[in-house]
Design a protein around this ligand. Sequence first.
Ligand code: SMG
Ligand code: MG
Length: 369
Amino acid sequence: MKTKISGVELRRIAMPLVTPFRTSFGVETSRDVLLVRVVTSDGEGWAECGAMSEPRYCSEYADGAQAVLREFLVPALPKDGLDVQAVQRTLKPFTGHRLAKSALETALLDARLRSADESFGSYLGAARDRVPCGVSVGIMDSVPELLDAVEEYIAEGYLRIKLKIEPGWDIEPVRAVRERFGGDLLLQVDANAAYTLADARRLAGLDDFGLLLVEQPLANDDMVQHAELARRLRTPICLDESIESAADAAAAISLGACSVINIKPGRVGGYLEARRIHDLARAHGVAVWCGGMLETGIGRAANVALAALPGFTLPGDTSGSSRYFATDITEPFVLTEGHLEVPEGPGTGVDPLPDVLDEVTVSSEWIAL
Ligand code: SMG
Ligand code: MG
């Protein structure tokens, strides 16, 4: 019997953040999340779209992702057969929209794995049952405020600190964190594309602080410029926004544009493409780690499973639920000794809590197939 897809629910929820999160491109105070639920003859699957409410991190945004799912991606789905490869073939002719495609593919994969009683971790090839966690710390109004925030996260057990930077908030906060917490702290920075190659000398100033990496210093499409910058810095360059596919990863590695890759499944169009990047990077001795888009428990569960693959050798931005939300929409992810456990149940291994979900729901639409 072939599985039939009867329809897809697109649900928007509003999740206030416990603390504003400032990056070089803006401030988030609440997470506007698009959830995707597919209903099939074999059961349901859930996924979370990584798009933010505005197209600043990348060109996609939540309303746009919802529109492309409604108008094009969902109607194109094969009506019978829940074969993930077939779904990928159907979505391929539509250019871009990787965050939207990823959410749809992941919800379908979740449904399929649940009906096969297999976990995401087992399906993807997880090599361990827990993953080491870092935390991403936003730009603050003052250095003392930053030091207090970092101190609290270290006390909670986070094994690696990532500081968001931008021109004017780079050397000084990094120096202050190093001085206060010492040279052994695993420390890295993320510029979200805020610099240009003309800032190479300033960025080389970061070389004194023994950082694990500098993430996405230059613009998203500055692959060649990143390669040039890599020749001028001792600090390893990690790419985030620039890598939208395994082909991008291959180009970046062969150009020498990065020696580390932040893998976000949504950004690259799904978990299968994410695994391809992992395999490619591993074969080239390029370290990878799992990034984050301020996910609820739904998105976090699958990310934690991915982060358990053997090539994920650096702690990810896979923080505990309390880093983001007072109440998560699933059972919360809680750190133990700086680690999160990989869910073991079928599919993502987590379920939305109906009461919480209802409380945070802003809208819902049903697309019948
Ligand atoms: O999920 O903990 C998280 C956020 C991690 O810094 C983070 N994400 O560029 O890596 C990144 C940013 C993208 C989202 S910023 C609003
Ligand atoms: Mg980043």
